[in-house]
Design a protein around this ligand. Structure first.
Ligand code: IMP
Length: 178
């Protein structure tokens, strides 16, 4: 079992790089087939989704665009609950099918905020793709169309996710043990 230390905490590998890669292959295949013929914009949620968005998008064969917005709501190892501003909208998504690309859906607060904004901006279709999903923490009823891995309600780092800014560069996902 691979263990790593980040700052004052110890984490153990939960999902390997290979598992991540083959899951992204499957999700990309599914999106390529589901959204063929749609006018698609991928919308990555920074910072955490930058690796998943890059790895997913390079496997996408649809004629499409990708854009990123930022909305940070997390500090340390527990959700602050407060949602900050959405910044970086520079894409007209009216009448487009938008695929929201998230690193993780935890409480769903972030997702709900983004989803609401897409409705206001009149996206014609909204799909959600998330690398990780914590079903025990999720409090919303927005359907998650493409889920990489369902994970327990533990704090995780790696593959874009951070602990106080560190660990985003780890190629696999690690869960907090102590
Ligand atoms: P939510 O709004 O509670 O669903 O949380 C969404 C955001 O919080 C994610 O996009 C992550 O940036 C961050 N987050 C949630 N859970 C974790 C975790 O276990 N590790 C690191 N960041 C997390």
């Amino acid at each position: 079992m691979k263990e790593i230390n980040i700052l004052d905490k110890t984490f153990r590998e939960l999902i390997t790089e290979q598992e991540i890669n083959s899951r992204i292959d499957e999700i990309a295949k599914q999106i390529n087939s589901d959204l063929a013929g749609h006018d698609v914009v991928f919308l990555g949620i920074l910072n955490g989704a930058f690796l998943f968005a890059a790895d997913l998008y390079r496997r996408i064969k649809l004629e499409s665009r990708i854009s990123f917005i930022k909305l940070a709501s997390y500090e340390g190892t527990s959700s602050s609950g407060s949602i900050r501003e959405l910044i970086g909208w520079n894409e007209d998504i009216r009448n487009k099918t938008v695929v929201v690309v998230e690193d993780i859906v935890d409480t769903g607060n972030t997702l709900e905020r983004v989803f609401g904004e897409l409705v206001i901006r009149k996206a014609s279709g909204i799909k959600i793709a998330t690398m990780l999903y914590k079903p025990d923490a999720y409090k919303k009823d927005i359907f998650l169309d493409y889920v990489g891995f369902r994970i327990p309600n533990d704090f995780v780092v790696g593959y874009g996710l951070d602990y106080d800014g560190f660990g985003r560069n780890l190629p696999s996902v690690y869960a907090l043990i102590k």
